[in-house]
Design a protein. Structure first.
Length: 112
């Protein structure tokens, strides 16, 4: 495996802020809801079971972090994932967690 480059403190702060944006379950639900394409706020509220105010607040955070884009069509605003690496990152993290949790669960299997 190729070792990633070591980052200076300023770069590490930027990386930490990026992960902090993703460290909120509602934001992850919103991203997940957008895996299959763009949606408007009403659709995202239904998909995440959040309130419109809460969903809108988190959408603004994701847009400010350049993870989502929006486009306006009439009175509707549609949101989509702007960074193609976001789904890949989610898949990588989820796959790693699944492997780790499966390994941990094996410790609780009944003794044969």
């Amino acid at each position: 495996m190729t070792r990633p480059p070591l980052l200076n403190d300023s770069a590490l702060e930027i990386v930490a802020r990026r992960f902090a944006v993703l460290a909120e379950p509602m934001r992850l639900r919103l991203i997940q809801a957008l895996f299959d394409g763009e949606k408007n706020v009403t659709e995202l509220v239904a998909a995440t079971e959040g309130t419109q105010a809460n969903v809108s607040r988190h959408l603004q955070t994701l847009i400010a972090a350049n993870m989502l884009d929006r486009r306006k069509e009439g009175l509707q605003v549609y949101y989509r994932i702007s960074d193609p690496n976001i789904p890949k990152l989610c898949q990588l993290v989820c796959g790693s967690l699944e492997k780790s949790l499966t390994k941990q669960a094996a410790h609780f299997a009944p003794a044969g």
